[in-house]
Design a protein around this ligand. Structure first.
Ligand code: HEC
Ligand code: HEC
Ligand code: HEC
Length: 385
């Protein structure tokens, strides 16, 4: 019995081998084994999506009919709004980011740690869970942090919004593309959400400042300037930003700043050591001063108006026969037109329409430097000088 069985098995093998050999005389293409979705996933796109999944930088379909809804309710949809740039939620740098009618509560979860402990498959499953998640049809205008927060605070049901491949990109970012901020700086968190406070010391920890200076010179100085003061980041230089918000700088250095002019692309390959070196360099307020010094008065005729008419940047459409004639931004006429339209708000300079309109969402937008000039002109009294 045993022998017969053994022989039967052997002959089966011989037959099979024969069939296979004969089969192989035909030239069938051998299909490559499928690449698992996690391996195919793109960390760079994932990190960008964590900031704003519907951005052009994230290669999101810009004809999506929900695009304006996403823009109007962005804080309810961006991962970083609920989980923080550091992934630490209410236990990290967002311990003071209280909800408002336009933004939800921060999540208490530490998704950095969660991503390190779960497998990629488990993380994908967590991301594609539908129960306990907020429907895309939710009406955001009903959100009230005091009386009606439950639904708005929920994580969106991303299966309604993103493809599997896009979710895999985010999963890969969470598992391999997030920095452990504890290695980048010493954070002191006090109090409890939403009235906590945070401060950041020892930027870059044991990083090498000389290497960081070289990294900065090669990758950042062309736009931000040698001392980080060429682009105003809400009035601060890059050093001021780094020392105040290292948790945000680490993400934007790696994944870029979205929707800015000129485009700031991230360095997806930056290592944790390079990041530490960079932060170490930026911790020096001698090399990277905090505030942008007021570089003297701004004049309308020589500093502001040329922004509008040089190369017809704005006057191309904003002239008496252009597509938006009610605002005339041609040389010699723009001051009167801006005033008569009431586009300057001296009480709240940053709310002035002439300042706020062309900020990343208009047909033409100011560069960071032009923005700074317009704002200073308004802050100085918006004079026709
Ligand atoms: C409106 C706030 C909000 C937004 C936006 C949001 N989340 Fe969440 N997220 C939560 C809350 C609250 C929880 C905890 C409860 C839960 O699991 O739903 C959570 C849970 C998670 C979990 C753990 C899920 C589990 O079941 O273990 C992960 C991972 C996660 N979020 C990642 C993300 C990513 C990535 C994005 C962006 C694509 C995102 N979240 C957007 C609020 C949000
Ligand atoms: C091609 C030009 C360019 C380069 C190179 C560049 N940036 Fe930027 N960066 C910008 C612009 C433009 C902004 C947006 C300014 C504004 O808010 O209008 C910006 C903003 C930032 C912000 C603030 C983001 C925010 O949303 O407020 C940080 C932080 C930053 N850059 C860090 C860096 C670092 C670090 C490097 C080098 C690794 C770097 N940048 C390289 C152009 C650049
Ligand atoms: C390609 C055409 C085009 C260009 C170029 C353009 N705009 Fe406009 N702009 C429009 C149109 C159309 C509107 C009206 C629709 C809207 O509000 O978006 C408008 C509206 C505005 C408004 C608000 C007007 C109102 O009545 O509410 C301001 C302010 C403005 N533009 C400023 C600028 C500035 C400053 C620039 C240059 C940096 C500029 N625009 C470049 C087409 C343009």
């Amino acid at each position: 019995m045993k022998l017969k069985y053994g022989f039967g098995l052997l002959s089966t093998f011989i037959m099979l081998a024969l069939v296979l050999t004969i089969g192989c005389t035909h030239d069938y293409p051998v299909p490559a084994p499928p690449i698992p979705p996690y391996e195919k996933a793109d960390i760079g796109l994932g990190g960008i999506m964590y900031d704003q999944y519907w951005s052009t930088e994230a290669a999101f379909d810009q004809t999506d009919p929900n695009l304006s809804m996403y823009n109007e309710n962005s804080d309810f949809l961006r991962c970083k709004s609920c989980h923080g740039w550091d992934g630490l939620g209410t236990e990290g740098s967002y311990n003071n980011r209280a909800p408002q009618i336009t933004r939800p509560n921060v999540s208490s979860l530490n998704i950095y740690e969660l991503a390190q402990t779960k497998t990629a498959d488990e993380l994908f499953e967590a991301m594609t869970k539908t129960e306990g998640r907020r429907n895309l049809s939710y009406n955001f205008s009903t959100y009230d942090p005091i009386t009606n927060a439950t639904e708005g605070d929920k994580m969106p049901d991303y299966t309604e919004i993103l493809t599997d491949a896009q979710i895999w990109n985010i999963v890969k970012f969470m598992k391999e593309g997030m920095f452990d901020v504890n290695e980048l700086y010493v954070a002191r968190y006090n109090g409890v959400y939403p009235t906590g406070t945070s401060s950041f010391q020892s930027l870059g920890k044991d990083g090498d400042a000389a290497n960081g200076n070289s990294y900065y010179a090669a990758n950042c100085a062309s736009c931000h300037g040698i001392d980080g003061l060429d682009i105003s980041l809400a009035g601060k230089g890059i050093g001021g930003f780094a020392r105040n918000k290292p948790y945000e700088l680490q993400h934007k250095t790696k994944y870029g700043a979205l929707g800015v002019t000129p485009p700031m692309v991230g360095d997806y390959d930056i290592t944790i050591d390079e990041m530490k070196d960079l932060l170490k360099a930026l911790s020096s307020s001698t090399n990277f001063p905090t505030d942008i010094p007021d570089s003297g008065p701004v004049f309308f005729a020589t500093d502001v108006e040329p922004i509008f008419y040089t190369a017809e940047k704005c006057s191309y459409c904003h002239n008496p026969s252009g597509v938006k004639p009610s605002l005339n931004l041609t040389q010699g006429n723009s001051y009167a037109s801006i005033s008569s339209n009431g586009f300057v708000d001296l009480a709240l300079p940053a709310s002035s329409i002439i300042y706020s309109k062309p900020q990343g969402t208009h047909a033409q937008n100011y560069t960071a430097i032009e923005s700074g000039i317009i704002l200073r002109w308004i802050q100085d009294g918006a004079k026709n000088d």
